[in-house]
Design a protein around this ligand. Structure first.
Ligand SMILES: C[S@@+](CC[C@H](N)C(=O)[O-])C[C@H]1O[C@@H](n2cnc3c(N)ncnc32)[C@H](O)[C@@H]1O
Length: 226
């Protein structure tokens, strides 16, 4: 990515997520589940160091409200590298992030995770994707890309990409259907990017009910250096 395209990408993402941050806590039970850091902070009770990274100041503000000072929250762009020291983490997680990255930034993200994990450390990712391939789903993908720079890959393509990630062993990949698109279609989510897309798909004469999403759960263990 050129410097200009990185700036444009970050500006669009921040404006989408500034909007989403207004209803994120209310919507997330119906849409995404983003409570992981709080649960880890509750469980670890101050043992170890917890760090969270996000591109959007408004989303970091929400996290800060929830987590207080228990987690180091860092503003950064995962598409241009992870601002952490080599081999400094035992566990890295990525929740609902990979679909936000430009296509050519996914393998570099995994390389970055490899770099910051200690040998034997674990990487877990939760990645929203498309469950079924059909014309309505294709249109959903294109509109999400155009309006939010989000790439909801088809689950089989995403699985193929993940299984080949160099440096990770013990890879487990599980697909589960999600109710995200259905909830957006019902209008039960305040953030309107997805409900607007589904309404436009309907206006084009396609069946928005065919837009079904899912989630891929990825788990892999970092190998030793080669
Ligand atoms: C669907 S939300 C998920 C938020 C949280 N991780 C969760 O699971 O609740 C996607 C998040 O990714 C952030 N994001 C988008 N592109 C990013 C990037 N390139 N680097 C870091 N964060 C990014 C957005 O600001 C937003 O907070």
């Amino acid at each position: 990515m050129t410097q200009k395209s990185i700036e444009n990408y970050a500006a669009l993402k921040r404006s989408v997520y500034r909007e989403y941050s207004r209803s994120y806590d209310e919507d997330r039970d119906r849409f995404v589940s983003g409570q992981l850091l709080r649960q880890v902070a509750d469980r670890t009770q101050g043992k170890g160091v917890l760090v969270g990274l996000d591109l959007t100041p408004d989303m970091l503000r929400l996290a800060r409200l929830e987590l207080g000072g228990r987690v180091n929250l860092v503003e950064g762009n995962a598409a241009t590298g992870l601002p952490f020291r080599e081999k400094s983490f035992d566990v890295v997680t990525s929740l609902n992030l990979v679909q936000e990255l430009p296509t050519d930034a996914v393998t570099p993200l995994f390389d970055g995770v490899y770099r910051i994990l200690r040998p034997g450390g674990v990487f877990r990712a939760v990645i929203p994707c498309m469950a079924d391939k059909n014309p309505a789903a294709d249109m959903f993908r294109q509109m999400a890309q155009a309006r939010g720079l989000m790439d909801f890959r088809y689950s089989d393509e995403l699985e193929k990409l993940l299984i080949s990630m160099p440096g990770f062993g013990e890879i487990e990949i599980e697909f589960r259907p999600s109710t995200a698109a259905a909830n957006a279609a019902k209008g039960s989510v305040r953030f309107s990017l997805f409900s607007d897309i589904l309404a436009d798909i309907k206006n084009e004469g396609l069946d928005s009910g065919q837009v079904r999403q899912g989630v891929i759960f990825f788990s892999g263990r970092r190998g030793t250096d080669t």
